[in-house]
Design a protein around this ligand. Sequence first.
Ligand SMILES: O=C(O)c1ccccc1NCC(=O)[C@H](O)[C@H](O)COP(=O)(O)O
Length: 216
Amino acid sequence: MSVSAKICGLTTPEAVAEAVRHGADYLGFVFYPRSPRALSYEAAAQLAAVVPAGVKTVALFVDPSDADIAAALQAHAFDLLQLHGNETPERIAALRARFGRPVIKAIPVSGLEDIEKARQYIDVADMLLFDAKAPKSMADALPGGNGLSFDWELLASHWTSDKPWMLSGGLDADCLEDAVTTSGATRVDVSSGVEERPGIKSLAKIRAFLAVAARL
Ligand SMILES: O=C(O)c1ccccc1NCC(=O)[C@H](O)[C@H](O)COP(=O)(O)O
């Protein structure tokens, strides 16, 4: 059994092609202006246009307006929406209904209470993405893409729902096997761990990450 993989924060045609060639299942495009991976809708649409049908394109937002999502979907028919902010269950239900796209809801995790809080999204999101919550002391933290991990054991011990979920936060080719074995994840997501520096993906690290995912 291989583990499904999402490569997030892609910014160049070369990185998109490498991720597709080596078996990524999902490709994420970040629409959050403060991110070093942020793209315009037009730039992301150009990258996504060459992605083959079997690979899902994901448009990532933080507390978007309806107009933000409409503009992205007008530029390209992204397959899924990923919401990485403080979106409520009601907001997610409304966005799903309006835009007809499956929603991945990111859940920031630092402790057991965060796993419990995720339950409120089970009925409205199509998939959950458990990501590390940045500590308050990290002044320049983003809502995601910080290269931080959390205690993977929390998921194995406390997450009991059948709702599809992804493990995220601080993953790379070196820790992926341990992360998957410890958490029980069957889907994983990475950004910083396949980069040379923030916003610049490493083709070699993408290959190495996807090779581990494929053999797990
Ligand atoms: O990647 C970003 O810059 C980003 C900015 C704002 C919200 C979310 C963001 N990324 C979300 C992702 O899906 C990342 O892949 C996830 O947080 C894991 O990141 P990393 O720990 O760097 O692998």
